[in-house]
Design a protein around this ligand. Structure first.
Ligand code: TRP
Length: 325
C-alpha cells in the first residue's frame, strides 16, 4: 500500500502575506479603519481559532460537527458517485472526517482537496486521516478560495462535493457572497454539489458570549492580528493599548469584531514607512460574522442558480447545513 507521504501532496497557489502590505496600507489609512479577516490565520491565529472552536460559549463548531456526524450518510447519498471532496478553509479537518467516512462506505478510493490560506494541513490534523483511511489521498491547496477553485476548474475528474463549513460565508460582505456564489457556479460542473454550513439568527446574549468568551481566547485571537503586523511589517503596536470588542448589530444580522484603541496613540508601521494615528476609542474593524435565516440563505442560493436538495439542522435550530446542486 502507498505510504502516508505518497498519498499526500501540497501545492502553493498564493500565500496570504503576498498582499498583506497593500491591504494593511489600504485599511489603516481609511477614514473607518479596518483589516481583512483572512490575516487572522497565521500559525498562532490558527492555534487560537482551534481553541475558540472548543470553547463552551462557541456553539458553532460543536453543533455543526454533530449535524455532520448525524447526517453524513444522508448527504453523501444525495450526491453522485464516485465523488471527490473539496473543503474550503479546511483548518483542522476535524469535520470532514464524517464525509470521508460516508464516501468510503460506498466507493473504493477518495481524493480530498483541502483548500486553505494557511499551509500545514498535514500538521493540522490530516495525518491521522491518512493513517486511518488507507484508500484516501489528500491534496492540500494553499491559497485563497478563488485560487483553489480556479485550479480545480482546470483539473479533470469526476463529480465533486464542495464543502464550505464553519459559517465562513458569514465573514463575507454581501458583495463578496454574491461574487463567491456566482464564481462557484461558473467553476463547478453540472454534476457537482455544494454543502454550505451557516449560523442562524438567534438571541443576542448567546451571540455576544460566543464572540467574547470568559477565558478571553477570542480577545487574544482578535489582538493577534496586530502581533502579526508587528512581526511581518515591522510595526510597533502595543497590544495592551487595544481592547477586543464584539457587538451584535441586530439590524444587519451580524456580530461585529473590533479592536478599540484605549488611548490616543501613534503606531509606526516600519515596512510601510507609515505612521497611523488613533483617537481614544477609535476602532479597527476586523471582522463581521453574519447570521442568516434558512429562507434568506436559500433565496441567495437560488438567485445564483443553486437548487437546494436538502437542509439539515440541529434539534435546537442553531446552525444549518444546506446541500445544493
Ligand atoms: N467563521 C467564524 C465565525 O463567524 C470565524 C470566527 C469565529 C471569528 N470566532 C471569531 C472571527 C472571532 C473573528 C473573531 O464564527
Amino acid at each position: 500500500l502507498p505510504t502516508e507521504q505518497a498519498r499526500f501532496s501540497s501545492l502553493t497557489l498564493r500565500r496570504a502575506h503576498d498582499s498583506l502590505a497593500d491591504d494593511v496600507r489600504l485599511g489603516l489609512t481609511a477614514a473607518d479603519k479596518w483589516l481583512p479577516c483572512k490575516y487572522f490565520y497565521d500559525p498562532r491565529g490558527m492555534a487560537l481559532y482551534e481553541r475558540i472552536c472548543e470553547l463552551p460559549e462557541y456553539y458553532l463548531t460543536r453543533t455543526e460537527t454533530a449535524i455532520l456526524k448525524h447526517h453524513a450518510a444522508d448527504i453523501i447519498a444525495l450526491a453522485p458517485a464516485p465523488l471527490s471532496l473539496v473543503e474550503l478553509g479546511s483548518g483542522s479537518s476535524a469535520k470532514i472526517r464524517y464525509l470521508i467516512e460516508a464516501c468510503l462506505a460506498r466507493q473504493a478510493g477518495l481524493v480530498y482537496y483541502a483548500i486553505d490560506i494557511s499551509p500545514g494541513a498535514l500538521d493540522n490534523g490530516v495525518r491521522p486521516l491518512l493513517q486511518e483511511y488507507l484508500d484516501l489521498r489528500i491534496v492540500e491547496l494553499v491559497g485563497e478560495f478563488t485560487d483553489g477553485l480556479g485550479y480545480l476548474a482546470r483539473e479533470p475528474g469526476g463529480p465533486r462535493l464542495v464543502a464550505f463549513l464553519g459559517s465562513t460565508i458569514g465573514n463575507f460582505t454581501e458583495g463578496e457572497i454574491t461574487s463567491f456564489l456566482a464564481m462557484l457556479r461558473r467553476v463547478l460542473r453540472p454534476q457537482d454539489c455544494f454543502l454550505l454550513g451557516f449560523d442562524l439568527i438567534k438571541d443576542t446574549g448567546v451571540l455576544e458570549a460566543a464572540y467574547d468568551d470568559a477565558e478571553g481566547v477570542t480577545a487574544r485571537f482578535n489582538l493577534n492580528i496586530l502581533a502579526r503586523l508587528n512581526h511581518e511589517l515591522d510595526a510597533d503596536f502595543d497590544l495592551t493599548a487595544f481592547a477586543h470588542r464584539a457587538t451584535v448589530n441586530v439590524e444587519r444580522s451580524r456580530v461585529e469584531m473590533h479592536l478599540v484603541s484605549r488611548r490616543a496613540q501613534r503606531v509606526r508601521i516600519g515596512r510601510l514607512g507609515l505612521d497611523v494615528r488613533f483617537r481614544a476609542g477609535e476602532t479597527i474593524h476586523t471582522e463581521n460574522c453574519h447570521k442568516f435565516s434558512t429562507a434568506g440563505m436559500e433565496t441567495l442560493l437560488a438567485r445564483h442558480g443553486w437548487q437546494v436538495l436538502r437542509r439539515f439542522l440541529d434539534p435546537q435550530e442553531q446552525f444549518c447545513l444546506v446541500l445544493a446542486s
